[in-house]
Structures are given as structure tokens and as C-alpha cells.
Design a protein around this ligand. Structure first.
Ligand code: THU
Length: 130
């Protein structure tokens, strides 16, 4: 199954009764396996989690920590950009050059990278003197 198909399929399972905005994410890890996630909202709004966070959590729970490809899809007018927090989460497990495809359910796609999404990222090198 392609990353697009995996992301589109898991998007259907999103729990988004408050925003009515369903998001699906699929990531490929270093082993080649695909992990998926959808947004899971909560009546206590800040407790909701993004699709990307779910996919990353599934990968880490399976014992992997390196992602090599990302695909995010939503029913939005233009390819859906990951929120700031998810950009930092992607940077934790992917290289700057890692491909991130942002998509709409209509078929529009935008190709970008983790470095483009999070220029000047905070990293462990910034803690070297502590
Ligand atoms: N959302 C994601 O899951 N990923 C994104 O990249 C953008 C936003 C979710 C969070 C919330 O459940 C809904 O979309 C509206 O913000």
C-alpha cells in the first residue's frame, strides 16, 4: 500500500467531532515499515492529538526511531501543513532532507522536507554547554 493510500485510509478513523477536520498521516521508517496515525480530539480541547503524533507514537512503540518519509492528508482547500508542534516532533525522528508530502483529499500534493518545514530547528547541539 502506498503512503498516500495508508494516510487516506487511517484518516477515516480520525476522532474529530469538535473541529470536523479529519487528518491522516503515514510515515515510513528505516526498516521500510509504514506506521499510521489520525487526529484524536477530546472534549477537553488541549488534550487532542494530531495525526502526525499518532503515527510517530506507533513507530516508536514498535521499536523504531528513524522515519524516512512522511505523508499527511486532509480535506482542506490546499495541502495541509503540519502544526508547529508536529514539525518539531518530525524533526526529532527524521533528517532535515526527509521528504514530507502534504496533500488534499482532492489529489493536490505539495512536496517539502523537514528542514523546510522547521528552519532553525532546536536540536540537541544547542544544549552542548549544559
Ligand atoms: N491536525 C492534525 O492532526 N495535523 C495537522 O497537521 C494539522 C492539524 C488536527 C488537529 C485537530 O484535531 C484538527 O486537525 C484541527 O486543528
Amino acid at each position: 500500500m502506498s503512503l498516500r493510500d495508508a494516510a487516506a485510509a487511517v484518516r477515516e478513523n480520525a476522532h474529530a467531532p469538535y473541529s470536523n477536520f479529519k487528518v491522516g498521516a503515514a510515515i515510513r521508517s528505516a526498516s521500510g515499515r509504514v506506521y499510521v496515525g489520525c487526529n484524536v480530539e477530546n472534549v477537553a480541547y488541549p488534550e487532542g492529538t494530531c495525526a502526525e503524533a499518532g503515527a510517530i507514537a506507533a513507530m516508536v512503540a514498535a521499536g523504531e526511531t528513524q522515519l524516512t518519509e512522511v505523508y499527511v492528508i486532509a480535506d482542506s482547500p490546499s495541502p495541509v501543513p503540519p502544526c508547529g508542534g508536529c514539525r518539531q516532533k518530525l524533526a526529532e525522528f527524521g533528517a532535515g532532507a526527509t521528504s514530507v508530502i502534504l496533500a488534499t483529499t482532492d489529489g493536490a500534493e505539495q512536496a517539502t522536507t523537514i528542514a523546510q518545514l522547521l528552519p532553525g530547528a532546536f536540536g540537541s547541539d544547542h544544549m552542548e554547554r549544559s
